[in-house]
Unconditional design. Structure first.
Length: 201
């Protein structure tokens, strides 16, 4: 006669085998519960653009409505070359180049959720950067995060990162206020009234 403890061990072994089989199935409920929702994982501070990329020679910003602005470094200085070509405000253009180099990554989405949940399926903005070496990087910019500290950014099919909005806001702002060099206006000239003597009769 089989003892009760033996039956208990057999039942436990069957349950363990059934659990093992269930866990091998893709998308089982336990696996989904353990995975949880996608969250931003803090990573060591870093920059979106590596220092080794070199000097920034071109900056392109565009939005989903088709509006764009492009700054190009030439031998004569920075020029706005999207649409009508015009000299750029040199200080503002250099500031934009510095902001591009200072774009800071503050998190990475792991695991990455669907792109449409982050505004990256049809990005609100795009940023393109060309360097003196000839290398080029292109970024999709999606929604701003729930707490408003950064934007969801994806580089050429790479991971979804959260980039601080400090520099991105200034670059996006160029779409509405391009850094065009303002030409000084000539001061208004007061009209000169010439007194014409009248002859006496």
């Amino acid at each position: 006669m089989i003892r009760r403890s033996t039956w208990l061990m057999l039942v436990l072994l069957l349950l363990a085998a059934a659990l093992y089989y269930y866990l091998q199935q893709p998308d089982n409920l336990l696996q989904q519960a353990m995975a949880g929702e996608a969250t931003a994982t803090n990573i060591p501070t870093g920059f979106l653009i590596a220092y080794e990329q070199g000097e920034v020679n071109e900056i392109r910003v565009s939005n989903s409505a088709g509006k764009s602005v492009k700054l190009t470094r030439t031998t004569a200085g920075w020029m706005i070359t999207a649409g009508t070509e015009a000299p750029a405000d040199q200080a503002a253009a250099e500031a934009a180049a510095s902001q591009v180099r200072a774009l800071r990554i503050i998190g990475v989405m792991e695991p990455a959720p669907a792109l449409n949940a982050l505004g990256l399926e049809k990005p609100a903005y795009k940023l393109g950067v060309k360097f003196a070496s000839g290398a080029e990087s292109n970024f999709d910019i999606g929604d701003i995060t729930a707490i408003g500290d950064g934007y969801y950014v994806r580089v050429e099919n790479g991971p979804v990162q959260i980039v601080s909005n400090y520099g991105l806001d200034a670059l996006i702002q160029m779409l509405s206020t391009p850094p065009i060099m303002l030409t000084p206006t000539a001061p208004a000239v007061e009209p000169i009234m010439e007194m014409i003597p009248t002859s006496t009769p």
